[in-house]
Design a protein. Sequence first.
Length: 564
Amino acid sequence: MTKVMDRPKIERTYGRIAYIMGEWVMEDIEPHVSIRLKKLFPKIPIYQVSPFHFKNTPDICSELEWFMIRYPLVISKQDFKLLKRGSKEFERILVDLDSILLPNFEPRSFKDIFIHENKQPRHYQWQMAELVTKKHVSLCADVMGLGKTITGIATIALNIQYGYAAVVVPTHLVKQWKDKIEEFTNLTVHIIKKGSPYNLPKADVYLFKYGMIRGWTEIFEKRFFYTVIFDEIQELRRGTVSQRGAAAKIICAHTTVRLGMSGTPIYGYGGEIWNIYNILQEGVLGTEYEFHLEWCTSLGNDKYKVNDPEALGQYLREHHLLIRRTKQDVGIEIGRVTRIIETVSYEENYIKSFEEIAKQLAITATTGSFVQRGQASMELDMKAHQITGIAKARGVAEIVKVLLESGEPVLLSGWHREVYKIWLDTLSEYNPVLYTGTETSQQKEKNKQAFISGQTNLIIISNRSGAGLDGLQFRCSTLIVGELDWSPKTHEQLEFRLDREGQPYPIMVIYPVADGGSDPVIMDLCGLKNSQADGIVDPDGKKDISYGSDETRIKKLVEYYLNK
C-alpha cells in the first residue's frame, strides 16, 4: 500500500481505502473524519463505525475522490487509478446529461413501439425521457399543457426492454393514461383493480391508483418493476408519514428508473420538496434534519419555509433532479395555438341524480306530443349542460389554480351563473374578475383593465361575450374553456380573444372535460374527440366541423341518455 499521490508530499493520512470484492472499503478512519464522512454520505447510519462500504458507481467515486483531497487516505496505485476512472466517468455522465438538453440533441427512434408516424413524442419530451433514463431519477415539472403524460410514455418506451413499468396516478387519470398509452403505442396495459395482490395478467404497463399501492409492497420488494412513474407527484408531499408515501418509497428502492411528474410539486410550503425527493432517492437532499437546517426556517407545526427557493431550484436543475420547461421554451415546436383535452374530476353523484330525470325527458322528447317534445328537448338541453358545468366546476378550478400558482395569467370561460359562483368562491384568494353578460359596460372595462394591468391574474368571461375584445393578448396566452359550447366556432372566437396582433407567445387552450353528463356528447359533436394523442386538436378536422343545429344536438343528447 502506498500513499495517495494526488498532491505532492502528503505528510498526513486519515485511514485506508481499498477496492475489495466489487466495492470500496474504508478502514481505520479517525473519529473526526468519520463524522465528516457521514455528512457527505447520509446513508451511513450515525452509529456505524469503520469499516465503511461503498458501491463502485461513478457518482460515489467522484465523491470519494473529492473527500480524499481534504482527508488523504492510504490507497494502492492500482485502486487509485480505478477510483479516478470512475470519477472521470461521472464527469462524462454530467456532460452527457447536459448534452441531452441541447437543441441539437437527436433522440433515438422507437418506431416499433410508437405505432403512428404522427403520434411521436416531441423533441423536448424525448429529452426528458432520455435524461431520466441515463440519470435514473428526476422530476419533470413542465408547465401544464406540454404533455407530461407523453413524456412518461416515452420514458417507458426507452426502458421497457429491461422490465415492466408501474405508473401511479390519481384516480381520475387512470383511464386517460390507459387511453394515451394505447393511442400512442403497441404496449399492453393493465389497470390494477384491487388494493391487494392477485394474479396479474401479462402486460407491459401496470396502472396503480395512489390509494392502492400500500397493499402491493411485497410485490414491489421483489423488483417486479424496472420503471416507476408518479403522475401528479404532489400526492406524496406528506412523505413517508402517509401510507402511500411509505409504499412509494419501497417502489423507488426496488426500481431503477424513477420519474416524478407535476407542474406544481409543492402545494404548501417549500419544505415539502424534501419529502418528495426522499421518496424518489433517499439522501439526495441530505437527511431531513440537514435539509431543514441548511435550507429552511421552521414555521411550527412541522411546516418549513425554504429561505432561498431560487437557489434550491438552481441546485436541483444543476444536478438534473428537476427539469421544467414553459410553453415559451418550446413554443417553436407547439405552434401558434395548442389545444389540450384534460380529463377532470366531477361530482358523480350530482350527475347521477339527474340521469333519471334526463332519461324521462329523452323519452318525452321522442314520444310526446309536438308541444311536449319541444318543451322536453329544451329542458333536457338546458339542464344537462348546466348540471355538467356545476358538477365539474371544482375540478376545473383545480386546473386553474395550478396555472395561477405558477404565475400564469388565465382567461377562464363559462356559461352558467351557478358555475361562476363556484369558481368565484373556490378561487377567491386570486381576486378573480368577471366579464360576462351581467356586468355593465363600465364594470367590464374596469375588470378588463384590472386584468391587463396585473391587479389580478384571473378573468372569467362568458363563452359568447366580448366579441372584438382587444387588449387581453398583451397580458395572457392561456385560455381554459371551463364549460363547453355546442359550437366549435364559439371556442374559436374565445381563442381570438388572445390570438390577436401583439400576442408575443404561443397560445394554449385547455378543455377540461368530464366523462359524464353532456360533455361526451358535446365533444363528439364539436370534433374534440378527434384530438391527437398529446391533446392537440387536429386543425383540419376541426375546421371541417360546422356548427351543429339545435335539432342535431338534441338528437345526440336524446340518444345518449336513452342508451344509458
